[in-house]
Design a protein around this ligand. Structure first.
Ligand SMILES: Nc1nc2c(c(=O)[nH]1)N[C@H]1C(S)=C(S)[C@@H](COP(=O)(O)OP(=O)(O)OC[C@H]3O[C@@H](n4cnc5c(N)ncnc54)[C@H](O)[C@@H]3O)O[C@H]1N2
Ligand code: MOO
Length: 419
């Protein structure tokens, strides 16, 4: 996909905001073009990563004929003379004579020559110690390849690794998985007015994003080390440039909060210009969160890094996170573009004219419908704390009761496969 990238420059001369969907596609494409290299990880360390290669089974599944019950592996017609016992974990000799049986445990390999497995509770012993009974018509063992054949692709590349995938990989013989390296993210919090402890007041507010964003970013599969969360960064251009330079040295993605507008101490745009960044997206026609941006820097070593500028208003910062950072990370991980689930509105939601409206909603777990929550001003976090996601109200319209609308889910549980 062609992407429009423009150099960071005078924001007054900036192009009009990108449409919300267009902005998402653009950042996803740019992320995918910079997809992170693949690495080998032990299964126990693969959770939350993304498969870089398809998952291919190393053997048939099951790998050998496997008894599904405790009982008797018999050959020919009964009664059967007992000639041995086979427990799970060994490769038994074949049953060579009709009228013979071996005791067999659930999970044990069925000896070659077996014609049926008789459940222990459906068997009797004759006076001479032989086994008798009528095996069920349905076979009581699993055949090799019943679940998968050796060499078969079980999952494509690009799939998120979750506990189900880890279990499957182990069952078909893998000790490690080839996954995309997790993106390393850093966070710079801008704003001299921010307090990092205690109650707000006297013109100062608590930094709500420094503590919260690393946790959101980890839920999107990023690595965020505590030392990579820095702030408040002093409201001067040199301090911004230097903080960005330091963060970019180690991170694939640097998120910043605040300073996206053109206020007297908003230094993000000039700092990006000083660093030679290009805009992938510079403002988006969405409410709230309009001043969000994504910029790209190419290092002298060719390494591509991104800066996501999240607006200072706390809810707007989260809108920017779900709007731009989530598709960027999907691209970097080699995943597909996130598909938005749809839900039915149980209450109307106003439109925002030419802008897309992202409205915090809560989902009724029983009916699956969504309704807006209260306290959703862009400076507020109360609504977010009781919401499951943002309903997407497209430009030029409004959401009516009964409308099916896309919903951007919040990544509330790590590694969630579906909403
Ligand atoms: N003249 C205009 N002014 C503003 C406009 C506009 O269109 N014209 N847009 C408003 C919108 S929309 C937003 S969003 C904000 C974005 O501003 P910045 O990204 O430059 O953010 P700041 O000015 O630094 O802060 C805005 C607001 O958020 C509070 N804040 C900042 N960081 C944090 C934090 N980590 N935790 C909690 N609260 C934070 C900050 O104190 C301000 O109240 O611009 C509007 N202005
Ligand atoms: O768009 Mo601002 O992000 O409304 O608060």
């Amino acid at each position: 996909m062609k992407t429009e990238i423009s150099a960071a420059a005078d924001p007054a001369a900036a192009p009009p905001p990108a449409g919300w969907e267009e902005a998402r596609s653009r950042v996803y494409a740019v992320g995918l073009a910079a997809a992170l290299p693949s690495v080998e990880r032990p299964l126990t360390e693969a959770d939350g990563h993304t498969l870089a290669d398809p998952l291919i089974t190393r053997t048939d599944l099951p790998a050998f004929p496997t008894s599904s019950v405790d009982g008797w592996a018999v050959r020919g017609a009964g009664p059967w003379r007992v000639v041995g016992r086979v427990l799970a974990g060994s490769a038994p000799p074949p049953l060579t004579q009709d009228g013979t049986t071996v005791e067999i445990a659930t999970g044990a390999m069925v000896p070659e020559g077996t014609s049926a497995v008789l459940r222990v509770e459906e068997s009797t012993r004759t006076s001479d110690g032989s086994v008798d009974g009528v095996p069920r018509a349905a076979q009581e063992w699993r055949h090799p390849g019943e679940e998968a054949s050796a060499g078969e692709e079980l999952l494509p590349a690009g799939i998120p690794v979750d506990p189900a995938v880890i279990g499957l990989a182990a069952s078909c013989g893998h000790d490690t998985l080839r996954v995309r390296r997790q993106p390393r993210a850093a966070l710079l919090v801008f704003g001299d007015e921010l307090l990092t402890a205690g109650p707000p007041g006297a013109g100062r507010v608590r930094d709500a994003l420094g503590p919260a964003l690393p946790a959101w970013l980890r839920r999107y599969g990023c690595q965020v080390r505590p030392a990579d969360v820095v702030g408040p960064v002093a409201d001067t251009l040199p301090a911004h440039v230097s903080a960005l330079q330091t963060a970019l040295a180690g991170a694939d993605l640097v998120c910043t909060t605040g300073g996206t507008m053109n206020g007297p101490v908003d230094h993000l745009h000039p700092a990006l210009a000083a660093l030679g960044a290009d805009y992938v997206v510079n403002t988006v026609a969405v409410r709230p969160g309009f001043p969000m941006l994504l910029a790209r820097l190419v290092g002298t070593d060719g390494r591509i890094r991104f800066v996501a500028g999240l607006p200072g208003n706390p809810q707007s910062a989260i809108v920017a996170l779900v709007s731009l950072v989530a598709p960027l990370l999907a691209g970097l991980a080699g995943r597909s573009m996130p598909v938005l689930p749809h839900a039915t509105l149980a209450e109307p939601i106003a439109g925002r004219g030419d802008y897309t409206h992202l409205a915090l909603v809560r989902r009724d777990q029983v009916t699956g419908t969504v309704r807006p929550v209260r306290h959703t001003g862009s400076a507020m976090l109360r609504g977010l704390s009781v919401a499951d996601g943002f309903a997407v109200i497209r430009p030029g319209g409004a959401g009516e009761v009964g409308d099916q609308v896309p919903v951007v889910p919040l990544p509330l549980l790590p590694g969630d496969r579906a909403w």
